[in-house]
Design a binder for this molecule. Structure first.
Ligand code: SF4
Length: 338
């Protein structure tokens, strides 16, 4: 099978040229199945299709079960109601202290500075999050600063999704400067899917911004499948590590996408080639519209047992579930949690 050819462009041009039409996406991949298209059109009315051309170029032409395509193509099963699958599975409404602020963990504090993402992942636990009502405005910084000062045990800020690397460097620099002005903040963690969807974002300007910060920067990329990590993406990730930025990866275990020990082992090896360390393997959050990615508990157990047997310990991501209201991610292997 072959891939769709795309010309490399600046990341800003890619952001303004995202594919948002299921018809166009299926045509690019030479897929014309009517049932795929009608399901996609219906489901995309609720959560729009959004995918960069660079990411599409990593999909196989003519393969309706391509694991990258399955992560972004709307599906009619998203419209089915399931009692366990809800709009706010992690109880984030409770943790939303101020616009843009989610305080879930003792020493860490999440900032959502944008509702925009380069890609819409169909399994996203924030697919129903009311970003527009929640984005911090310029003068909200003073309230955020006061909140941080009132909690001196917070030493780490996490920029979370919407995707912080869709922001301009100017805006990122402004927030870096604000956070650097508080002595208590030592670590800035950036969670982003942009490095594997538009790897051009990891350009010299961004690297220079991050490496010149007083804060210890950790980039947590989000890759679910080894096909997302082509040579160019790996080289750009490795370059960040060479500049003394710690790069980790988190994945979500998804039915039909990466539900085998073989794929997960290949993903870990590929990450290691890119000098990225596997960090978390998340069990799916039960968000409304993502039920078709869910796996049975015994299947998860079987896959993870095989992963443990296959990989050296340093390449095994921690299998975890996030439970609303808990102070930390809950480890799943070796405990009776299912
Ligand atoms: S927040 Fe992350 S997982 Fe959710 S749609 Fe955006 S990139 Fe995907």
């Amino acid at each position: 099978m072959t891939n769709f050819i795309y010309q490399e462009q600046k990341w800003q041009s890619q952001m303004s040229d995202l594919i948002t039409s299921p018809t166009e996406l299926l045509e690019l991949l030479n897929l014309s199945e009517q049932d795929l298209l009608s399901g996609a059109l219906l489901a995309s009315e609720q959560f729009k299709l959004r995918v960069p051309r660079a990411f599409v170029s990593k999909m196989q032409i003519g393969n309706p079960l391509d694991p990258l395509l399955l992560q972004v193509l709307p599906h009619h099963l998203e419209l089915e109601e399931h009692i366990e699958f809800i709009t706010d599975p992690l109880g984030e409404e409770q943790a939303n202290q101020l616009p843009g602020v989610l305080h879930k963990y003792q020493s860490r504090f999440l900032l959502t500075l944008t509702g925009a993402c380069a890609i819409h992942c169909r399994y996203c636990f924030r697919r129903h999050f009311p970003y527009q009502e929640n984005l911090p405005k310029n003068d909200d910084w003073l309230n955020i600063r006061d909140y941080l000062l009132s909690k001196p045990h917070i030493n780490e800020v996490i920029l979370s999704g919407g995707d912080p690397l869709t922001l301009s460097n100017r805006k990122l620099a402004l927030w870096l400067e604000r956070l650097e002005s508080l002595n208590q903040i030592q670590i800035l963690r950036i969670h982003s899917r942009v490095p594997v969807t538009i790897s051009e974002r990891l350009d010299e300007a961004l690297v220079s911004l991050l490496k010149n910060s007083r804060l210890r920067i950790i980039l947590v990329v989000h890759s679910n499948h080894p096909a997302e990590l082509d040579d160019l993406t790996c080289r750009r990730l490795a370059n960040l590590v060479q500049q003394d930025i710690l790069v980790l990866n988190q994945s979500v275990l998804l039915k039909g996408v990466n539900d085998s020990a073989e794929i997960l082992a290949e993903l870990s090896h590929r990450l290691f080639q890119a000098r990225v360390m596997p960090y978390y393997l998340h069990v799916l959050d039960k968000v409304k519209g993502a039920q078709h990615f869910d796996l049975e508990a015994n299947k998860i157990d079987q896959i993870y047992t095989e992963v443990l047997a296959t990989l050296p310990g340093y390449l095994v991501p921690k299998l975890v579930r996030e439970i609303a209201g808990e102070q930390n991610k809950t480890p799943l292997y070796g405990v009776t949690i299912f």
